[in-house]
Design a protein around this ligand. Structure first.
Ligand SMILES: NC(=O)c1ccc[n+]([C@@H]2O[C@H](COP(=O)([O-])OP(=O)(O)OC[C@H]3O[C@@H](n4cnc5c(N)ncnc54)[C@H](O)[C@@H]3O)[C@@H](O)[C@H]2O)c1
Ligand SMILES: [Zn+2]
Length: 686
């Protein structure tokens, strides 16, 4: 016998499985993001015995069907997996079966097997899909879901009453498949659907048939206005008005959602959300909460709903939101206390993850932007589910005790404990002006690398967006256009920041430009431009940002990129250096003023940053090089020779200082200027 450790071929069941999963996951009507799982069974040659061995490939824990790859599959020996039935100790101890899956792995086993592995392995079909389609969950959460299932699907789809995912649910579904040979799948009460087939194509067709048949039935039989008639005064505000109101409320709402731990936010004013909030039944339905386990793990059992009409002022809204947040936290604590048992994990915080504002939209929150965005997507899924269920029947999600058993499941807690430690600036939202290149670009990159969400602002939208795209997806960095010398543009920039990430924590006043002229050559326009961009610009940015920082009540950082020239006196620099000195004093003034809000204000004094600097590239460098009689390309090295340390200063050196000033270590430092100039004695601070 010859050793044969095979690698996958296009004929492999695993290959078909990945294609099918990617197709199913690509269409949001089929399942929520990262929701559901798929599997295939097949035979391969066991490299140890040379004999055929039956294997189960199943999507492992975590990951999304739409982007599933081979690495996301767990591979188990089917005979061993099925032998677990013999040692199964009963539903009370079903969680122990997850650890037992590790003893069934084939080879290295691939991804970690998920809780749903039992359902896939035990059902006697070569291919199985388990999905969370809005249309299917609408039937699954209808009060008369069992009768509806029979009416819609006849004997082809079987109703399975709610049961928490696990080994027992796998046994139940396996039994159903045996008992009802004509069935192609089932509706899992309160949860989703499972379908099967003897070929991958048949399984996929069965899944899609269930999803589309349910959707068509809802479309045809739903009563009009499933959320009830319009609620007077709750209709959506016009787009510009609702976004302005959302921006004005964002700081307060994020602060209220961050009482236990800081979170990043996502805002959406999609039609589904606005329609839901504009209807009479939304308070009752929102209070019932979400049902599919995937949904409420990300959204919490229920959202916080502002009970004021769209016309309510920002002041009225913030006052009421503060009251509602207190009530929400008490209510959540009471829910925890009602259901927690001796070995339940500790409460994970009582703040809402979804906040609904009639006429305006929805804020959702999470440990990072992607998590916050997905929480919002899941609430939209839940709205679709409620619309379907209410259209046909009455929405009846799983009961609260079951939600608690899922939310505080020991297996869920273990998953959270395995998460990597967050980066130092995780959850912090940064705004860097003049960040399309040069020092600002390096600062934006560094803050993002340390875990912050970053808004890259600059004069050119195109350049700002290009710089942001280089940092990462829009979950990490977004580019906005703003002239910092224009009050309205600055407000729009701060609004765009809070609408992109829910709030603001860290502002870097970096935008600038430099004209090197003697006193007599300096025109009034030169003076005004230098002061408009740097002195007035950073004042406007700090003021607009401070409003958000104060509303949030979460502290914050303001950093000024000032200059060695704010203290150093030399010729040909009157307008630039005076504006830099103005910025430097803003640091001290604002450090004194904003300290009571926990906001630190510090500055960095760079010098001689030639590489990457637009200031040097646009004439200033050539001019300086000519003055010193060196080639322009050697200017950085020339400056280095003038320093005490004889080192060239790079944009990254300035970015390092910014990170240190707002990172975890300098938590007790405000009003400080850090020189990053490789040592210039004439600019020493004292
Ligand atoms: N390069 C150095 O040696 C040095 C030394 C000391 C201080 N600084 C300061 O560092 C900051 C960044 O300079 P850099 O060297 O990276 O230059 P840079 O020209 O590469 O970057 C400045 C950025 O600010 C932007 N900007 C200009 N006017 C703006 C406005 N009105 N609104 C918004 N954005 C505007 C520009 O488009 C540019 O992207 C400036 O404040 C500068 O004064 C630089
Ligand atoms: Zn599920």
């Amino acid at each position: 016998m010859e050793l044969n450790v095979s690698t996958p071929t296009p004929q492999d069941p695993a290959h078909d499985l990945i294609d099918r999963s990617n197709r199913l996951g690509a269409d949001p009507k089929n399942t929520n993001y990262a929701g559901g799982n798929t599997s295939a069974k097949g035979t391969e040659t066991d490299p140890v015995t040379g004999e055929p061995v039956e294997l189960l490939w199943v999507k492992g824990s975590g990951g999304d069907l739409g982007t599933l790859t081979e690495a996301g599959l767990a591979v188990l020996r089917l005979d061993r997996m099925r032998s677990l039935v013999e040692v199964y100790p009963g539903v009370e101890r079903e969680d122990e079966m997850v650890a037992a899956f590790d003893y069934c792995l084939h080879g290295k086993g691939g991804a970690a097997p998920s809780i749903d592995t039992a359902m896939h392995g035990l059902v006697d079909a070569a291919h199985v899909d388990h999905l969370h389609p809005d249309s299917g969950i609408a039937i699954a959460t209808a009060a008369d879901g069992q009768e509806l299932t029979a009416t819609i699907f006849g004997d082809r789809v079987v109703w399975v009453p709610w049961r928490r995912p696990g080994f027992q649910l796998g046994l139940d579904i396996a039994e159903i498949k045996q008992k009802f040979p004509q069935a192609v799948g089932c509706i899992l009460g309160g949860h989703g659907i499972t379908a099967w087939g003897e070929t991958s194509a048949q399984c996929e067709a069965n899944s899609l048939w269930i999803i589309d048949t349910a959707a068509a039935y809802v479309a045809e039989h739903s009563r009009s206005e499933p959320f009830g008639p319009p609620l007077e005064g709750y209709a959506a505000l016009p787009p510009a008005e609702r976004r302005a109101k959302a921006a004005a409320l964002a700081g307060t709402i994020r602060g209220l959602a961050s009482q236990d731990r800081p979170v990043v936010g996502h805002f959406t004013d999609s039609e589904e959300v606005l329609d839901f909030l504009a209807s009479t039944e939304h308070p009752r339905l929102a209070a019932l909460g979400t049902s599919c386990p995937d949904h409420f793990l990300r959204t919490k059992v229920k959202p916080l709903v502002l009970d004021l009409p769209a016309s309510a002022s920002v002041e009225e809204c913030t006052a009421r939101l503060r009251e509602l947040a207190v009530a929400y936290r008490e209510d959540y604590q009471a829910y925890y206390d009602r259901h927690a048992v001796a070995d339940s994990p500790a409460i994970r915080g009582a703040d809402p993850l979804v906040v609904l504002v009639p006429g305006v939209g929805m804020f959702s929150f999470g440990k990072d932007k992607q998590t916050a965005r997905v929480a919002g997507e899941f609430y939209v899924n839940a709205i679709n589910v409620m619309r379907g269920a209410e259209g046909l029947s009455t929405y009846a999600p799983i009961d609260e005790a079951e939600k608690f058993r899922i939310e505080y499941w020991a297996l869920e807690e273990a998953k959270l404990a395995r998460m990597p430690k967050p980066k130092p600036l995780a959850t912090r939202i940064a705004l860097v002006t003049g960040a399309a290149g040069g020092i600002g670009g390096a600062v934006a990159r560094r803050l993002a690398a340390e875990g912050a969400c970053v808004v890259v602002a600059d004069l050119s939208l195109e350049k700002a967006q290009a710089a942001a795209a280089e940092i990462g997806s829009t979950d990490v960095a977004v580019g906005v256009a703003a002239d910092v010398s224009d009050e309205a543009a600055v407000q729009a920039m701060v609004d765009a920041t809070v609408l992109a990430f829910g709030g603001l924590d860290l502002v870097v006043n970096n935008a600038g430009l430099s004209l090197s002229k003697s006193l007599l050559e300096t025109t009034e326009a030169d003076w005004d431009l230098q002061h408009a961009v740097m002195a007035k610009g950073s004042f406007l940015v700090s003021r607009a940002a401070a409003r958000v920082l104060i509303d949030q009540g979460m502290g914050g950082d303001v950093v000024y990129i000032s200059s060695k020239n704010s203290v150093f006196a030399g010729p040909n620099n009157i307008a630039y250096s005076a504006a830099k000195a103005d910025q430097a004093h803003q640091v001290r003034l604002l450090a004194a003023e904003l300290g009571e809000h926990g906001v630190k204000v510090n500055g960095v004094n760079p010098d001689g940053v030639v590489q990457g600097s637009g200031i040097f590239a646009s004439g200033w460098g050539a001019n300086r090089a000519a003055v010193y009689g060196v080639e322009e390309k050697d200017l950085g090295k020339f400056y280095a020779q003038r320093t005490i340390l004889k080192r060239e200063v790079l944009p990254e050196n300035i970015a390092n200082a910014v990170f240190v000033l707002c990172g975890p270590d300098l938590s007790h430092t405000t009003g400080l200027h850090v020189p990053v100039d490789a040592g210039v004695a004439a600019a020493f601070l004292r």
